[in-house]
Design a protein around this ligand. Structure first.
Ligand code: ADP
Ligand code: MG
Length: 250
């Protein structure tokens, strides 16, 4: 019907999620919907639950209650269906975790051929396009140890993209890098964001947040304390906690 409201399913929907590590209540009633194409930057003090939230979205961490949906489909606790849905969620960590004994190209083609059952030719072609995109194509036959940290992290991004994820999660992707390599990784992420990739990015890089985020989510003590557009968040934070955090990092 013409006048029916258009309600688009969020690409990631986190509803009423709680998580404990023993007595420690690390995620408290987290509600977070992420629209298709949206870039959400998650910031907050160390220990506030940012990594746990990312891992929960990928079911690397079980949750006690609440529901997480990817593109409308609830994440099952385990099994084949979980593997399939998990492939929709690309993840890039602080440590690059490349396979040391495989070449850069093999690192990128492994998932698509093993999990997505792509042919070797198709996987290689796609991998080379992605390596081109992150500026590493000329290094395809090298091994991870022959690359700088910034280059390895760009390979890790290409590897995640090779699985054709619907959403990319980045957990402090530049924290382990030497300062001069941070921008080459952020530039790749900024270009992904511009191309419309749905992204959740945990980072302390406030310049990136201002430049690329549609929304900044501020977490403290396992809760989402505040969420706003970057301009609003950085110029007019409302909670004392966010004000305090910003005063320490800006
Ligand atoms: P952040 O990424 O914001 O620094 P984390 O999600 O890593 O925070 O951690 C949130 C809290 O959970 C911290 O207090 C941390 O020590 C604790 N925590 C994280 N992982 C575990 C674990 N596997 N077992 C026990 N406690 C954990
Ligand atoms: Mg963390």
């Amino acid at each position: 019907m013409a006048d029916e409201p258009k309600t688009e399913t969020p690409l990631v929907s986190v509803q009423g999620v709680n998580k404990y590590f023993g007595e420690l209540h690390v995620l408290r009633d987290i509600d977070l919907d992420i629209a298709r194409g949206e870039v959400v930057v998650v910031i907050g003090p160390s220990g506030s639950g940012k990594s746990t939230l990312c891992r929960a979205i990928n079911r690397l961490e079980p949750i006690e209650n609440g529901e997480i949906r990817i593109d409308g489909v609830p994440l099952p606790a385990e099994g084949k269906e979980l593997a399939r849905l998990r492939a929709d969620v690309g993840m890039v960590f602080q440590s690059f975790n490349l396979f040391a004994h495989k070449t850069i190209l093999q690192n990128v083609t492994l998932g698509p051929t093993k999990v997505r059952k792509e042919s070797a030719d198709a996987a290689r072609k796609h991998a080379m396009e992605l390596l081109e995109r992150v500026g590493i194509a000329s290094q395809a036959d090298k091994y991870p140890a022959q690359l700088s940290g910034g280059q390895q992290q760009r390979v890790a991004i290409a590897r995640a993209l090779a699985m054709r994820p619907k959403v990319m999660l980045f957990d402090e992707p530049t924290s382990a890098l030497d300062p001069e390599m941070v921008n080459e990784v952020l530039d790749v992420m900024t270009s992904l964001a511009k191309d419309g990739m749905t992204m959740v990015v945990v980072t302390h890089e406030m310049g990136f947040a201002r430049r690329a985020a549609d929304r900044v989510v501020f977490m403290a003590d396992g809760q989402i304390v505040e969420a706003a557009e970057p301009d609003t968040f950085f110029t007019k934070p409302t909670s004392d906690r966010a004000k305090d955090f910003l005063s320490k990092i800006l």
